[in-house]
Design a protein around this ligand. Structure first.
Ligand code: PLP
Length: 382
């Protein structure tokens, strides 16, 4: 649904996060109610809710207004998962005979969607690092897909390269902004056409809801709404209500994640047994694109560290494949996010069993580093 308000309507992001999408009327609650009904007796009136799958109840509109305000976009849509959002965007843009250029080393399931589903409908995909995109552009390239901060290495990507490919190809540039969140990166403000986010992660932020969002222009939003109507994949009104509650504290959580991510990355780098640390704060990234780098940190441990034992030894870090919650979590991409790839392919992409993807939460960074330090001692091979 279109979110008519933009960040300009509300001033700065923290203000927009408290007020976008709220409809105060005399006698209305400070917090809205959940529109549980499947259908509504307003079918003849434009823009009124008709049926829940059309995603236009007051709860859906609240999320769309929030997402539009965060990204400064004319419109937004909400979905039942990040993958439902990615699928809806790609199938709205692409048709049989088209070519998709997709960043190599991005979220495994997005790659799988291209290889296992889109390929069946005659849509060809090329996987390549952004630095090589230019030479893979074809006359039928219709969509370019990349992650602002890539999964699983947590590396901020070069927008200038992506934008150059967009200019040469005339294709739609789509950015998965899940790891950055709109607090750290607002891709539409830098020339990207469409932003998708797994709202399951930072936007909701409490590891208790699967959902996805898209921020885009009004005309694309309307096409997306058509796709969503036919395909389904809508988030329930109760889910929207829960997501709104999570989103309203996004800026505060991200501030803590940014600080903790930086502190953890800087200090982990100096620990014995740590070979490499990946975090935007340790690299040169486009400073006009990223405000900060969040809590996603990639750590490659030295060969003498038994990584599965390290994961079992960590007391404050749960070994789970999701991210972006209030608590610190971690996973070994070799066994989880990239499990479906052949071992040879993973090695080619430098994903080995020593790489751990941390999602640093809101704990004290001192405690997290102390936990890592003692777990490193406990998991050193003799
Ligand atoms: N994009 C990225 C970068 C992700 O990490 C994930 C999930 O981990 C998704 C998309 C898919 O999101 P969801 O699990 O909400 O479908």
């Amino acid at each position: 649904m279109a979110g008519k308000e933009t960040s300009e309507t509300f001033g700065r992001i923290p203000t927009a996060l408290q007020h976008a999408g709220k409809e105060y009327r005399l006698g209305s609650g400070l917090v809205g109610a959940v529109e549980q009904s499947v259908t509504f007796a307003t079918a003849a009136v434009d823009d009124m809710p008709v049926y829940a799958r059309l995603s236009n109840t007051i709860n859906h509109k609240e999320i769309c207004a929030l997402v539009a305000a965060l990204h400064g976009s004319p419109a937004a849509q909400v979905f039942a998962s990040g993958m439902a959002a990615v699928h809806a965007v790609l199938t709205t843009v692409l048709q049989t005979g088209d070519h998709l250029l997709i960043q190599e080393n991005c979220y495994g399931t997005s790659q799988g969607l291209a290889q296992k589903i889109l390929a069946r409908w005659g849509i060809e995909s090329t996987f390549a690092p952004l630095s090589e995109w230019k030479r893979h552009i074809k006359p039928n390239t219709r969509a370019l897909f990349f992650e602002s901060i890539s999964n699983p290495f947590c590396i901020p990507q070069n927008f200038a390269t992506a934008l150059e490919a967009k200019k040469i190809s005339g294709a739609m540039l789509i950015c998965d902004n899940t790891f950055a969140s709109p607090i750290n990166c607002r891709p539409l403000q830098h020339g990207v056409d469409v932003v998708v986010e797994s709202a399951t992660k930072y936007l909701n932020g409490h590891s208790d809801l699967v959902c996805g969002v898209v921020a885009c222009q009004e005309d694309f939003s309307q096409k997306l709404a058509q796709t969503a109507m036919y395909v389904g994949g809508f988030l329930s009104a109760a889910g929207c209500m829960q997501l709104a509650k999570g989103m309203r504290t996004l800026h505060v959580r991200m501030r803590a994640c940014n600080e903790n991510g930086r502190a953890f990355a800087a200090r982990a780098r100096n620990l014995e047994g740590v070979a490499e640390v990946f975090h935007g704060s340790l690299m040169t990234a486009e400073s006009n694109v990223f405000a900060d780098f969040g809590g996603m940190v990639g750590v490659r441990f030295a060969p003498q560290i038994d990584v599965p034992m390290l994961m079992r030894s960590l007391k404050l870090v749960s070994d789970v494949p999701s991210l972006g919650g209030t608590e610190t979590t971690a996973c070994i991409p070799w066994w989880t996010t990239n499990r479906w790839m052949s071992d040879a392919e993973k090695r080619r992409l430098e994903i080995d069993g020593q790489l751990v993807r941390f999602s640093i939460g809101l704990e004290s960074a001192d405690d997290l580093i102390a936990d890592l330090e003692s777990s490193l001692t406990a998991s050193r091979r003799n």
